[in-house]
Design a protein around this ligand. Structure first.
Ligand code: ADE
Length: 424
């Protein structure tokens, strides 16, 4: 190491996206290594709207490994963080910065402590797979800092040990997590099916649904499903293998009708497995069901899928439209049934790519009030509107995988103190 060991701090900062599964991961065959019972497929979402940014720093003056999440210090004692740190340390290489007079040999990394600061650009508690973005970012930034020259596939297998679905966030576009068959998990890795530019027209609208209920964590929910659901066994062995094949074809061929049919069916089967679990698990609520009805009624009316929906382990809806024109019609429908509460302006109600709002002809809450029911709405049933049942919408699209942020300003840790620039 350098001759002035106590002074220097070395850092790396990266940004990683979250992802949404269209063929779901539900159920582990190994709880420690986080090995799934089936393959899954996801779309990586645009990091401008849904991502984690993480700075990792190392210095001989650090006395222990520490981590701050959104400015608040959290314990790093959890096995999942320790697994990721250990796996990257084991693969660390030599690092030399002649300008700063730093030389770290491979064998030094075991003795050096790290500070980690991570920040999510969306509410962490909203149930939007923040841990997928978070663990992908942690592993990617640690690998850069420690000069671990592993391929993305190997990094995905390390991120998997932090949070299963994090392995899919190591790539942009469309990603498959191969369940693998090795007992040690070496072949349970993510692979990219297509880049973010492959199916550029797709538009994703996330409805963040207000929930009063504390949800069952995915970890315990999965365990209970594996232990008690006979439907899950059938799903993993029979249904998913065929759907994975069909979904890969649909993505390759830009076949939206198949893509939508498979996405909706797989989300519904995942929630059916939750109902088949003893005791049953309810992740969706009345608002989620209303959104499904809205889409199903519209798709039925048109005779071909207009929009796909998918729901993870919570009530939020992720809606996928084939292009901006359909996304505009979707947003009009969503705003008709779920207008913002009276005190809310549209700036905080529609986030992300707000240009779709203008295409929908909605500039102000007044415009939302004057929206008319969609043509497929049943004439005889009065059209109730549910103001306040959706917290906000995020308009986004498919995006790129992790990237290194090299600008000093983008670092979340001060290079002087080794502590996050903003602590809450
Ligand atoms: N869990 C939720 N968000 C996270 C993040 N950004 N980093 C690590 N773990 C997380």
């Amino acid at each position: 190491m350098s001759t002035e060991p106590e002074k220097w701090i070395l850092m790396a900062t990266a940004r990683s996206p979250t992802n949404i599964a269209v063929i779901k991961y539900w159920g582990k065959r190994d709880e420690t290594l986080i090995l799934p019972i089936n393959d899954s497929i996801s779309i990586t979402l645009d990091p401008d709207h849904l991502s984690a940014t993480t700075t990792v720093a190392v210095s001989p003056s650090f006395e222990s490994d520490r981590m701050w999440l959104n400015g608040k210090e959290i314990a790093l004692t959890g096995g999942r963080y320790q697994n990721c740190l250990r796996e990257i340390r084991n693969r660390a290489g030599e690092v030399e910065d002649q300008e700063k007079g730093i030389r770290i040999r491979k064998e030094d990394w075991g003795r050096l402590h790290v500070h980690v600061a991570s920040y999510n650009n969306f509410p962490t508690a909203a149930g939007l797979a923040s841990s997928a973005a978070g663990f992908a970012c942690l592993v990617y930034s640690l690998a850069k800092l420690m000069n671990a020259k592993e391929e993305l596939g190997e990094l995905s297998s390390i991120a998997r040990q932090g949070s299963g679905s994090a392995c899919r966030s190591l790539y942009g576009g469309f990603v498959k997590w191969k369940m693998g068959s090795d007992a040690n998990g070496s072949d349970s890795i993510a692979v990219q099916l297509a880049s973010d530019t492959h199916w550029k027209d797709l538009v994703v609208i996330v409805a963040v649904v207000s929930s009063r209920q504390k949800e069952t964590s995915s970890t315990s929910g999965m365990r209970e499903s594996v232990d008690t659901s006979t439907l899950l066994e059938h799903r993993a062995k029979v249904v998913v293998p065929s759907r994975i094949h069909q979904m890969e074809e649909a993505i390759k061929n830009h076949d939206f009708a198949s893509f939508a049919q498979l996405t909706c069916a797989d989300s519904n089967q995942f929630h059916a497995v939750c109902l088949d679990t003893r005791p049953p698990i309810f992740y969706m609520n009345d608002t989620s069901h209303r959104i499904i009805n809205l889409v199903e009624r519209w798709n039925q009316h048109e005779g071909t899928p207009q929009v796909a929906y998918t729901f993870d382990a919570g009530p939020n809806a992720v809606l996928i439209a084939p292009n901006r024109k359909v996304a505009t019609l979707l947003l009009q429908r969503l705003l008709f049934y779920f207008p913002p509460p009276p005190e809310n302006d549209l700036t905080s109600y529609i986030l992300g790519d707000r240009s779709i709002l203008h295409e929908a002809g909605v500039q102000s809450p007044k415009d939302v009030e004057t929206l008319v029911p969609p043509p497929e709405a049943k004439d005889k049933v009065p059209n109730k509107r549910y103001a306040g049942d959706v917290s906000y919408f995020i308009c986004t699209k498919s995006g790129k995988g992790p990237m290194l942020l090299t600008d000093e300003d983008q670092a979340l840790i001060s290079s002087e103190t080794g502590i996050p620039k903003i602590v809450t």
